[in-house]
Design a protein around this ligand. Structure first.
Ligand code: EPS
Length: 386
């Protein structure tokens, strides 16, 4: 669904590390490993994460596509080492090993385990679970942070906040004087990325209770982008529409099960007169009296903030496992359990920010083009409408 950018990730959760390539970023964008690492650290935050995040301190090593702090226009290659690898050298060895490695044979409901072994004919679920692990999202955030940098260069910002964990809702409206910088700062300060301090305590307690009872929790979060011009995406064909592109990339994250743009589902229960955003003129430009459309009309950005809400399912690995069947013996048994997170909704919000960055950078490059950032800026300043 990306038109100008291409990215690929590789790597198993407990393998040596993660590899990523991002192609299509114009030349002369300032980027440093540190800027990528700041985003990687944001993804590692959040109450409810398990032991793995205490082991890893994700650091990106740029292997290609950048010289003297600026992109070259060539593919950008990144490597992130898994610190946990040293504990898995036999179990995840690339070469055959003499030691007998215990197979994982108890598929977890909700994970890729059962469909994966049926598809590939494996007799060890580890061959599936290692790649279907959320560890892969580390590289998405690393590559997405380069897209974020490109967007920031032209005044587009992306931020997120958690609005619900399990049944605890944070309905706190985003204060009108908050820039997205401030929103991200406030959300980053919260262990659950929410704005309401009372709800924060309730969410933390809810996560702790779930953890104590060997369970896991999902939730809902909001991703917002501001500073967009009119006309990213197009109304002319299904795959050019901005909402197609945003939803397909968002829904490529395993744990994301629902998406809503603007007032999405609640709009289905209202009259048209209550939903559509009335148009005004402030003497200089068109304005809107509301943003229920979430910044997209007819498949195009309409110069309002883009607002996307995502639902994340509870993590499928449970310390109090659900019923399953052994794939070898076909006996009824409890599902596989191993170290896990009780809740990763705050991290998921950062992953979704990165997903939105890919689409917006791609659509921006499609509309305005340019081999270098300077050219892109010239094209934007000569033709963008806000
Ligand atoms: C995950 C299981 C846990 C998570 C992991 C995703 O890892 P481990 O099995 O090593 O304890 O912490 O997430 C990450 C490693 C990460 O970086 O987000 C899973 O099964 O999906």
């Amino acid at each position: 669904m990306l038109k100008k950018l291409t990215f690929l990730t590789a790597g198993e959760s407990h393998g040596r590390g993660l590899l990523g390539i991002l192609d299509g970023i114009p030349a002369s964008l300032d980027i440093s490993e540190n800027e990528i690492n700041i985003q990687l650290a944001r993804r590692q935050m959040g109450h409810g994460r398990g032991g793995r995040m205490k082991i890893e301190t994700d650091k990106a090593e740029i292997w290609s596509g950048v010289r003297h702090g600026k992109t070259l226009g060539s593919p950008i290659g990144i490597l992130i080492q898994n610190k946990d690898w040293e504990n898995w050298t036999e179990k995840m060895s690339v070469e055959p090993v003499d030691e007998t490695i215990k197979k994982v044979t108890l598929p977890r409901p909700g994970h890729a385990d059962l469909a994966g072994i049926q598809k590939y004919g494996f007799d060890d679920i580890r061959n599936v679970l290692e790649r279907s692990s959320a560890r892969e999202t580390t590289m998405r955030v690393a590559l997405g942070s380069i897209c974020r940098k490109l967007l920031e260069e032209v005044g587009i910002q992306v931020a997120s906040r958690v609005t619900q964990i399990h049944s605890i809702k944070d309905d706190f409206p985003i204060p009108s004087d908050y820039s997205l910088d401030i929103l991200n700062k406030k959300a980053d300060e919260s262990p659950v990325r929410c704005l309401d301090k009372n709800k924060e305590v309730e969410m933390i307690n809810c996560i702790d209770d779930a953890k104590t009872s060997g369970d896991s929790l999902g939730g809902i979060f909001e991703v917002i982008a501001t500073g967009l011009p009119y006309g990213l995406g197009a109304h002319t064909q299904w795959d050019k529409k901005l909402q197609t592109r945003i939803s397909s990339i968002m829904m490529s994250v395993n744990a994301f099960k629902g998406i809503e743009i603007g007032n999405g589902f609640s709009g289905g229960m209202k009259f048209g007169s209550e939903v559509h955003d009335e148009i005004g003129w402030d003497g200089n430009k068109f304005i809107r009296h509301s943003n229920n459309a979430g910044g997209i009309e007819g498949g195009m950005s309409n110069a309002q903030p883009i607002v996307v809400r995502m639902a994340m399912k509870p993590i499928p690995t449970l310390m109090k496992p659900l019923r399953s069947v052994d794939i070898e013996s076909k006996e009824n048994k409890d599902a596989h359990k191993e170290r896990t997170d009780a809740c990763a909704v705050p991290a998921a919000a950062i992953i979704a920010e990165s997903m939105l960055c890919f689409v917006l950078a791609d659509a921006l490059l499609e509309k305005f083009g340019g081999d270098s950032i300077e050219q892109l800026k010239i094209h934007i300043s000569s033709s963008a409408k806000y």
